[in-house]
Design a protein around this ligand. Structure first.
Ligand code: PEP
Ligand code: MG
Length: 756
């Protein structure tokens, strides 16, 4: 049987008709295999779909024994088909039987076929199955044949992910794309959420696969390409303009190569040619991306593999230009965004009242997007490698930020157990809610001030709902980080005024900009540093570039007219830095007075204790400031010489240890000597077990994330302060090497019925 080749355009057209026709699923698949065989002048076309148990099952064939459908099966890695699924790469063989992986399956009756072409059916890099054609005669399939088969594979992938094959699988067998997957990563923001997946990086779906009008699609592509180029050009210009000292060479080189790809004629031509074959602009971009991926992924050359990331990123941007809308638009049910990586501002775009959680492959607890997610009060699961490629828009998902697990398409028993946990959380929240109006006071009458950490306007509603006594740490840099350009004086003034208005009588402590290190502002030139956490950051940068600090202080003074103003300085190393800020602050106050503006009713200047060198100049610090504030995250990372963003060290050293508690107690003693108000902020303040230790060594004001206020208040109200202080004091004095601090504290809490 010899059939004439018809080419990809005709093939796509006939596939499209087969998709549109009213056919049963098996009938449709048989029609498709027949059309592919015809278009490629092949005697056989077969579709193998990957099941959840990693078996490739023959789902449909034209030319092989029909009896073998759903009976013929290969494991991934077995035979030619299994090899393609395993490697994710095409096999083009003029003499298939001499290939070492060839496995003869008698039920298929494939012995007379000599040549073989097979391509993976891939969706976002994940193999969903394999599509093959075979010929009796020895035949060298051309580049064009491979491309045509890849296009057909794309159509079939869409059928697989849209559930078109679900009912065809053998009874009891699950298709790979319907398999429940639980991936353990890291919990970056606590809480549990259930919803459906919204993919951050857009993907083509069946309804926009086939193009009606190639001319119009080419026009859409041209428009999208030109705005893509404009945005990349602007990115390069902006970076070069900021690089007056030539310090940013590497970054600019990367951007330049990025620009080169965006202007690459070959890339665009290949997309145009796929449009001519009958695809929409979106589908054509996706197809060319897949080809690039297959070509470059297996390359031994690391430079080429790196370029793949550039191409992928560009393709994603181009796709966004073409689609012009976020996948979440119009979603009217709870959803969870699943992303490879994401900027903070992008997450805010999704906040339509139905956003419930975030699962993100590339992020750590201090990533900006995670900080924003916490402000939105949604759980985040991070460091879940490969998760994005397994998820589809609309899949059911549970994001467990407490345990750091994302469950994709969870089984019924998993859903049921989470429903129970969510009910428990609701009950717990109701308990905390009832505590809101109650004083935060120990049983023996010692008041403990529970303050809130905040940084965005959206945090302020938590001030009301959590019952916190004020804002102990307002991270001003967050507003700068989500802005697209440096906020001007009037914008900053308005913003700080809004915060103070919303806080009403409750005090707000503003921290001056803590940028540098990992907190970069996209519009400010940064220098490449080998150890950014130990680098040119926070107050160091502010003293060298006083313009930024001056404007910020001016805005704060204006916003606080007639009210109490509390400001604290991050990352102070030497007391002289406090003096330098004091000079700038005094000058700004004088200038405001000179211009006849209303001044704040009072101004308090505080110093954060985050650098261990301050522990040895505590008396000098206390003499100079109106209050001190321990930043326990940084103080601990510097004392333990242990990078707080390094996941390898995350659980190695525990701040709940005698040396660290001794250091924290020295600060309490110095503050007491000078009668200087003291507070502590940082993650320690939000963990009930740590709070037990902090209160035990003398801390009475602590600032924490909103979700921690309820549990901490419950603990405070259950404890006897004098008893806790005696016990913790003795424990801190004990010789190191005896029982660990968490062990001692846990036993104490158990014996005294304290909720930790
Ligand atoms: C800290 O270091 O403890 C702190 C509160 O500041 P940040 O986490 O913003 O560095
Ligand atoms: Mg800090």
């Amino acid at each position: 049987m010899l059939v004439e080749k018809t080419g990809p355009r005709v093939l796509l057209k006939s596939l499209r008709e087969a998709m549109a026709e009213q056919l049963g699923p098996q009938e449709r698949l048989d029609r498709i295999t027949q059309q592919i065989a015809a278009a490629m002048a092949a005697q056989v076309c077969s579709v193998y779909v990957r099941r959840a148990d990693d078996v490739l099952e023959l789902f449909g064939t034209f030319g092989l024994n029909a009896e073998a459908v759903h009976r013929s099966q290969l494991r991934v890695g077995q035979g030619l088909v299994g090899t393609i699924a395993g490697s994710g790469r095409a096999l083009n063989l003029s003499d298939a039987q001499s290939h070492p992986a060839f496995a003869y399956l008698p039920e298929t009756g494939e012995d007379p076929f000599q040549s073989f072409l097979g391509v993976p059916m891939k969706r976002a890099g994940r193999p969903l199955g394999v599509l093959t054609v075979q010929n009796t005669e020895s035949r060298n399939y051309s580049e064009e044949d491979v491309e045509a088969l890849e296009t057909a594979a794309m159509v079939l992938c869409d059928l697989v992910v849209s559930g078109g094959f679900k009912n065809l699988a053998n009874e009891g067998a699950q298709l790979d794309q319907s398999r429940p997957i639980s991936t353990t990563g890291t919990g970056l923001a606590e809480g549990i959420a259930r919803g459906t997946v919204v993919l951050h990086e857009p993907r083509v779906v069946v309804e926009n696969l086939f193009g009606d009008d190639a001319e119009q699609e080419t026009h859409r592509l041209a428009q999208a390409i030109s705005s893509l180029r404009a945005s990349v050009d602007a990115m390069v210009e902006r970076t070069s303009a900021n690089d007056k000292d030539d310090t940013n060479h590497d970054h600019i080189d990367v951007l330049e190569s990025y620009r080169m790809f965006a202007h690459d004629r070959g890339w665009v031509r290949r997309i145009e040619s796929a449009i001519q074959d009958g695809l929409t602009a979106e589908a054509a971009v996706e197809k060319v991306s897949q080809e690039n991926r297959s070509r470059l992924q297996g390359s031994p050359n690391p430079y080429l593999r790196e370029r793949l990331t550039d191409f992928d990123d560009l393709a994603r941007r181009l796709m966004k230009q073409l689609m012009g809308r976020a996948a979440a638009e119009g979603v009217e049910e709870p959803f969870i965004v699943v992303a490879r990586s994401m900027g903070a501002a992008e997450l805010l775009d999704y906040d339509n009242g139905h956003l419930r959680g975030l699962v993100i492959e590339e992020a750590t607890a201090t990533s900006h997007v995670v900080i924003v997610a916490r402000a939105l009060g949604i759980p985040v699961v991070g460091q879940v490698e490969g998760f994005v490629s397994r998820a589809e828009n609309g899949d059911a998902i549970i994001a467990d930020g407490d345990e750091g697990i994302a469950h994709l398409r969870p089984a019924d028993d998993v859903v049921a157990s989470y429903d129970e946990r969510m009910e428990f959380r609701v009950a717990r929240a109701a308990r905390f809610d009832a505590l809101r109006g109650q004083p935060s006071e120990t049983r023996d009458g010692v008041p403990i001030n529970l303050m809130l950490n905040a940084g965005l306007t959206m945090d302020l509603q938590q001030l009301e709902t959590s019952g916190a006594a004020g804002i102990g740490l307002f991270r001003t840099e967050l507003q700068f980080m989500i802005a697209s350009k440096l906020p001007r004086l009037d914008e900053q003034t308005r913003f700080y005024r809004t915060i103070m208005d919303a806080a009403g009588d409750k005090p707000v402590t503003f921290r001056t900009l803590d940028i540098g290190g990992d907190k970069v502002l996209p519009y400010l030139r940064t220098v490449k540093e080998d150890n950014p956490a130990l680098g040119w950051r926070a107050i160091r940068l502010a003293i060298d570039r006083p313009g930024l600090l001056r404007v910020q202080l001016r805005a704060l003074i204006k916003a606080a007219a007639g009210r109490r103003l509390k400001i604290k300085i991050p990352m102070v190393t030497m007391v002289t830095e406090i003096d330098q800020v004091r000079v700038i602050l005094d000058r700004e106050m004088e200038a405001q007075a000179r211009f006849g503006h209303d001044l704040p009713a009072s101004v308090e200047l505080g110093c954060m204790i985050e650098v261990p060198s301050l522990l040895f100049q505590l008396d000098e610090v206390m003499e100079r400031v109106d209050f001190v504030s321990v930043g326990s995250n940084d103080l601990f990372q510097f004392m333990a010489a242990s990078d707080r963003t390094n996941s390898y060290l995350a659980n190695r050293f525990n701040p709940l240890s005698r040396p660290f508690l001794r250091a924290l107690r020295e600060i309490v003693r110095a503050a007491d000597r000078h009668d200087t108000p003291l507070q502590l902020c940082g993650e320690l303040a939000g963990d009930p077990l740590s709070v037990l230790a902090l209160i035990g060594i003398g801390y009475r004001t602590i600032s924490m994330p909103p979700a921690a206020i309820g549990p901490v208040k419950e603990l405070v109200r259950a404890m006897d302060c004098a008893h806790v202080c005696a016990h913790v004091g003795a424990m801190v004095d004990e010789t190191i090497g005896t029982r660990t601090v968490p062990e001692v504290l846990r036993d104490f809490a158990d014996e005294n019925g304290l909720p930790v």
